[in-house]
Ligand binder design. Structure first.
Ligand code: COI
Length: 399
């Protein structure tokens, strides 16, 4: 059933969030988070300001949006979801939808001062067979957020809370879900230390938020193959660091390399491992696969590689097709001698790589109709868009 305004209020009134609680906060010392009694008053001042739900302009389906030319720019949608957790509360609770808009944060919040935050990315697609939407493996995003939260000393929503919140966000922003084949509603969950803190310690309060935007292709090349360059000066991650979790702090440090590469006509860079400087890791925004013969290899997720959900799905789909898939160290020699190279991620989908430039030499790879990446792209998107049967149980219906 398609979403109707009243159902937001009803669902929120009946909400089952808050019943799932995980012990909320790392043990906070006085010099860090402050006592729990202080929290309630601090908390109020740092809450995002929530407006009442108003869907008076619902008939304007998608506004003036040009569905045929969606890129990856932000199109603000109607609603966001906000849920909080502070010390002394058993877990996240009181999740609710509010009008999409700016939030209020203390200048001394954990996220602003110490980068205590994580994000996720997932997509909702319009159904072809009936009204409603489909999510691709949202529980995996929830689990990855939990792993990241543990690393970043944050409490995290339960899987049920996370998926419930994603569904609510999709339903409330249903008119922004692109028509079949035109793109997807990109959903961006954020988990941030929103409480005020001066000394270096976990924040005393956390906010989980979700906003969404309709998107098309990530790279400006659209569906075409991209050109990458191997980055030799900057590294994305190091052993023992946070490269294996989706912390917000992993992303600003790659901007310099990415911008330099873009100014030279490349879509993105490929990072090398920071110890040996000879194993490829991933690009700024996606995982990497290299195909040689019938063997598909991708860097193993041993702490410096983001465990992508698209990555894991592609491994499974390639094995189903009879390819040998190896998660291992992938050397620069493996890369330059590959038949095919492609990138995977929620935002980029499965993007073929036509060339990689390394130390001034440009290496070319197979792309196009007969490539494995095209076959995997077709298989994956058919499942995601409900065109192919979901034999793996990866799709979660939202209606
Ligand atoms: C995603 O693929 O969802 C990501 O989080 C990558 C981001 C840099 C757009």
């Amino acid at each position: 059933m398609l979403f109707r305004p009243a159902s937001i209020r009803m669902r929120m009134g009946m909400r089952s969030v808050g019943t799932h609680s995980r012990r909320c906060l790392p043990n906070m010392q006085d010099g860090g988070g402050g006592g729990c009694s202080l929290l309630q008053s601090r908390w109020k001042s740092s809450l995002p300001q929530l407006d009442p739900v108003d869907r008076s302009d619902d008939d304007n389906n998608g506004g003036d949006i040009d569905w045929d030319n969606l890129g990856f720019g932000l199109t603000p949608t109607d609603y966001m979801y906000v849920m909080r957790c502070s010390q002394g509360e058993g877990g996240f609770s009181r999740g609710e939808l509010s009008r999409y808009g700016n939030i209020e944060l203390s200048p001394s919040s954990g996220i602003l001062n110490y980068g205590q935050g994580l994000f996720e990315g997932l997509k909702a697609y319009a159904r072809a067979d009936r009204p409603g939407y489909m999510l691709f493996r949202p529980e995996e995003n929830a689990r990855r957020m939990q792993v990241g939260a543990e690393r970043m000393c944050m409490p995290s929503p339960s899987v049920e809370q996370f998926v419930h919140a994603v569904k609510q966000t999709v339903l409330a922003n249903g008119r922004w879900v692109p028509p079949q084949g035109k793109g997807a509603l990109y959903i961006r969950p954020l988990l941030i230390g929103s409480g005020a803190i001066l000394g270096l310690a976990p924040a005393p309060e956390y906010t989980f938020m979700i906003y969404a935007s309709p998107v098309g292709t990530y790279f400006k090349e659209g569906m075409a193959a991209i050109n990458l360059v191997v980055e030799e000066e900057f590294h994305r991650a190091m052993p023992g660091g946070t490269g294996g979790v989706k912390t917000i702090a992993n992303y600003a440090p790659v901007l310099k390399a990415q911008m330099d590469a873009k100014s030279r006509g490349f879509a993105d860079v490929l990072y090398l491992d920071s110890v040996h400087k000879r194993y490829v890791e991933e690009a700024s925004s996606c995982n990497l696969f290299v195909l040689k013969g019938d063997t598909l290899a991708t860097p193993a997720t041993a702490g410096t590689i983001l465990p992508g959900i698209t990555r894991r799905s592609i491994i499974e789909l390639a094995r189903d097709r009879g390819y040998q898939v190896e998660e291992r160290l992938v050397s620069i020699d493996d890369l330059v001698s590959a038949d095919e190279v492609f990138c995977t991620g929620t935002a980029v989908g499965v993007t073929p790589v036509s060339t990689v430039t390394y130390q001034g030499t440009r290496y070319e790879f197979r792309t196009g109709e007969d490539s494995l990446s095209r076959m995997l792209y077709n298989t994956l998107t058919s499942i995601q868009m409900g065109v192919a049967e979901d034999k793996k149980g990866w799709i979660v219906a939202v209606d």
